[in-house]
Design a protein around this ligand. Structure first.
Ligand code: SF4
Length: 414
């Protein structure tokens, strides 16, 4: 590998890290205030992404790979062994120095570090852990650290990652086992799930210890997360929803991230030629939200699909409501919280406000207009003190009336 200076390595390894969706800004639309990526307010500054800390703050992270060299050959990955990309590799010390330099200049509040696999999984994991250890122990770094871990590395090394990082993640990669076997043949679902299970136990043990001893050491306080690639195999949205729910239940995932597969240069012949619509990724995030915050069971989200796929033109909650019209209208002055959550257009904040207001008086349509973005969207599905929808939920054209008008695509959108 040719000798590169740190600036050049940063260019290559920050660019290579952008394919990982586990930072909130990864899914952002292209936006550059100066027509190039360095403008004020640009969301694409080299290596900086945004994530949410456990306390809900949005924080900036330096998002890089330790190296984009890899001994594996996952078909969907630009860094795979057979890819023809320019390679670079940081030393652990270079990552530590960069993180501290960026941190001291107030560019970042933490580090998101992942890596291709070099030499062996254990060797790579040792390097990742060394970065986090050195930041914490040699430099007293108190910023946020998110470490990707390598599932087939020694469990002791994976455990060490949790001792230094705020969040750890282990990518499940594909929604189905056959998809993983076809597109990442060197990866093993047993190893991935085994590492997730070990991580869950360590996190729970540490939480338990913290309850009893204030001085118990921290262990991945922001939990573990994972990422699934969408659209690289034939998995339906129904498959993805079921898989995500399974991961939340079995491994206590804090987040499952969905990353729309994007065709890469010199792509493998087994991959689709086109990326899935970005809206598909968005609809999956909405369905994830329904399961985590709105009390929907996975099978209810799946019931909102058409042949396994979520509609792209309307959100999954509206799709469910249109399919199960017999559940409506819901009386906002009497219905339990769980039924209010089902009303398209009513978010959790609006439902909380409804429950508070109705303790004192009956809600009218005007009240709901003040609490929601679009009263037109909720009207067919609710009863209020001065409103009852006459046969509206039975109307054959209800879907057409509630479908937002198609937006003009950006001329130069990817
Ligand atoms: S192991 Fe990771 S970095 Fe290597 S090819 Fe597979 S996805 Fe890419």
């Amino acid at each position: 590998m040719a000798q590169l200076d740190v600036q050049k390595k940063l260019e290559i390894l920050a660019d290579a890290a952008k394919y990982d969706a586990s930072c909130a800004s990864s899914g952002t639309a292209k936006r550059s205030s100066a027509g190039k990526s360095s403008g004020i307010g640009s969301t694409e500054g080299m290596g900086i992404c945004h994530a949410y800390a456990p306390d809900g703050r949005c924080i900036s992270l330096l998002k890089i790979l330790l190296t984009n060299s890899c001994i594996f050959d996952c078909h969907y990955c630009i860094n795979r062994k057979s890819s023809n990309v320019r390679r670079a590799r940081f030393t652990a010390k270079e990552v530590v120095d960069l993180t501290l330099a960026f941190y001291k200049r107030n560019y970042i509040e933490g580090l998101f570090l992942s890596s291709g696999i070099i030499h062996t999984s254990n060797y790579t994991m040792e390097q990742l852990v060394e970065v986090a250890r050195s930041l914490r122990e040699d430099h007293g770094f108190r910023g946020y650290i998110h470490l990707k871990t390598i599932p087939d590395a020694d469990p002791e090394l994976v455990a060490a990652a949790g001792r230094h990082a705020d969040r750890v993640s282990i990518n499940v990669e594909l929604p189905t086992v056959p998809g993983l076997a076809r597109l990442a043949p060197e990866k093993s679902i047993d190893q991935i799930e085994g590492a997730m299970g070990d991580m869950k136990l360590s996190i729970l043990d540490a939480r338990d210890a913290k309850k009893h001893f204030k001085s118990a050491p921290r262990y991945a306080p922001a939990g573990q997360s994972t990422q699934m690639i969408v659209g690289a195999d034939s998995a339906t949205d129904g498959d993805i929803v079921n898989r995500a729910s399974n991961l939340y239940d079995r491994f206590g995932m804090r987040r499952v991230y969905y990353s729309a597969f994007s065709p890469i240069p010199d792509a493998s012949a087994v991959l689709p030629l086109k990326r899935p619509p970005l809206m598909r990724e968005h609809r999956l995030y909405q369905s994830d939200w329904l399961m985590r915050f709105y009390g929907f069971a996975p099978k209810e989200v799946v019931a909102a699909t058409d042949d396994g796929m979520l509609p792209l033109d309307i959100d999954p909650k509206l799709a469910w409501a249109l399919k199960f019209r017999e559940s409506f209208p819901v009386d906002v002055n009497r219905a339990p919280r769980e039924m209010l959550w089902r009303v398209p257009g009513l978010g959790t904040k609006a439902v909380k406000a409804i429950l508070q207001i109705r303790r004192h008086r009956k809600l009218r349509l005007d009240d709901l207009a003040r609490l929601t973005v679009s009263v037109a969207k909720i009207r067919p599905f609710i009863v209020a003190a001065d409103w009852r929808p006459m046969f509206l939920t039975d109307a054959a054209d209800l879907r057409a009336r509630l479908t937002p008008p198609a937006k003009q695509m950006e001329l130069f959108a990817a």
